[in-house]
Each structure stands twice: as structure tokens, then as C-alpha cells.
Design a binder for this molecule. Structure first.
Ligand code: CU
Length: 239
């Protein structure tokens, strides 16, 4: 009889051990009142919050990585990420008895890798956002030395003159005011003034200035066909 009681006690101790062990694993659901408070209240509350934080972190960092690369690398990263998530989910669901702690370690490592990638990509993605190199020859600060007033039209002309309308100006800073018929633009042929673009449409930039050396500069309407039909003129700058 004494033997049987000691034998009876052993499974009890084993059960407790097993329960302790199970509470650490994913498959420990449905134990009801036997579960520790940690599992019944803390985990259901913490898990959604942690997942939300992780998803936010992932979204921010992944978008940073995607912004930093060109469209090809963005596609490659996106596909890799999708495959990783799919494969990871299948592996996790294939071993439901996997320890919570090892899953947590895997998740933390994954989030850490994504966060590092985001930090590394932060520089390039910010550079892209700032627009990179601004042309120092256009829209400069300071008062203009003269203003050229250009009117689009009538027809495909500048101020009614096709092809050879001349505007005299004094540098080094020349402001150009552009008005007239809607549907026209004004730009310089000289690549020194790349990025300078005025327009007559509502909402378009109608005035701007250039920092310009003395000389004769071709100005034209960038709408296809307009310059060839006559919307091309000259800005002649005196020093
Ligand atoms: Cu035009």
C-alpha cells in the first residue's frame, strides 16, 4: 500500500510539470481555470498590442526600404518579403507545439532585421524625399534687376510674334512674369536653367527668376508642337 501511494503521487507531480511545460507552448489553450493569470489576461491583452506595434514598425521600415530603392529593387524586396511571410507562416503552423519562447526569439530577430534595414535605408529615402539637387540658377533669393513680361498668344505666339519675339532684360537676376492665354508654358533651352517652368494655367507658377549671365537665351513653350509653330522667342540679357 505504501508503494502504491508513492506511485500515485508521481503522476501528479508529472502532471504539474507537464502543465507548466504546456503553458509555455502555443497548444496550451482550453485549460480554463487551471491556466495562470498571465495566460488568461495578460497574453490576450498584450498580444494584439504587440502585434499592432510590430505591424506599424514593419510598415514604416519596409516603406523606407522601398522608397530608398528604384522600382526594380522595390519589387524584389516586396516579393522576398511576401515569400518570407508565407513560408514563415506555413512553418509556424506546421509545428503548433513549437515553444512560445523560440517563436518569440524568431519574431524579435525578424523585426530587428527589418528595423535595421529601415535605418540603413533612412538616408537614401530622405534624400529622395527632399528632391535632391535644386538648380542654383533658378528662383533665387534677392531682388530682381529687371522683369521681362511675357504674354502667351494670341495663337501660338509670344506677344503676337511667332518665332522671334525679343525681350530685353538686365541681369544678373531677371524675373519673368508670364500671363496670357491658358494652356501654355515657358522654359529655357539652355540646360543651365533646367527646372525653370512657368505656365499660364490656373495653379501654374506664373512668375519666377533666373540668375543669368549677359547673352541671348532662347525661351519656348514646352507644349508639344507649340515652339515649332511659333512659340519660341529670345531673352536678351545685358550685364
Ligand atoms: Cu504653348
Amino acid at each position: 500500500m505504501t508503494d502504491s501511494t508513492t506511485i500515485d503521487e508521481r503522476p501528479g507531480a508529472d502532471e504539474q510539470l507537464a502543465e507548466l511545460h504546456e503553458s509555455e507552448s502555443l497548444g496550451a489553450e482550453g485549460h480554463g481555470a487551471h491556466e495562470p493569470i498571465k495566460d488568461r489576461f495578460l497574453l490576450p491583452l498584450l498580444l494584439p498590442l504587440l502585434s499592432m506595434a510590430a505591424v506599424a514598425l514593419l510598415a514604416i521600415n519596409v516603406s523606407r526600404v522601398l522608397l530608398a530603392g528604384d522600382s526594380d529593387s522595390a519589387l524584389a524586396i516586396g516579393i522576398t518579403l511576401l515569400l518570407t511571410i508565407l513560408v514563415g507562416a506555413s512553418v509556424i503552423s506546421a509545428m503548433p507545439r513549437a515553444k512560445t519562447s523560440s517563436l518569440a526569439v524568431t519574431l524579435i530577430v525578424g523585426i530587428f532585421v527589418v528595423a535595421m534595414a529601415g535605418l540603413v535605408a533612412l538616408g537614401p529615402s530622405l534624400d529622395d524625399g527632399e528632391g535632391g539637387q535644386a538648380n542654383p540658377n533658378i528662383n533665387v533669393a534677392g531682388p530682381a534687376n529687371s522683369t521681362a513680361t511675357v504674354v502667351a498668344g494670341p495663337g501660338l505666339t509670344f506677344d503676337g510674334v511667332a518665332f522671334d519675339k525679343n525681350y530685353d532684360a538686365t541681369g544678373p537676376i531677371v524675373e519673368i512674369d508670364y500671363t496670357g492665354a491658358s494652356g501654355h508654358t515657358l522654359a529655357f533651352r539652355d540646360p543651365k536653367f533646367d527646372g525653370f517652368l512657368l505656365g499660364t494655367d490656373a495653379g501654374a507658377q506664373k512668375r519666377g527668376n533666373v540668375k543669368i549671365d549677359p547673352g541671348a537665351y532662347a525661351i519656348y513653350c514646352t507644349v508639344p508642337g507649340h515652339a515649332a509653330a511659333g512659340m519660341e522667342g529670345t531673352l536678351t540679357v545685358a550685364g
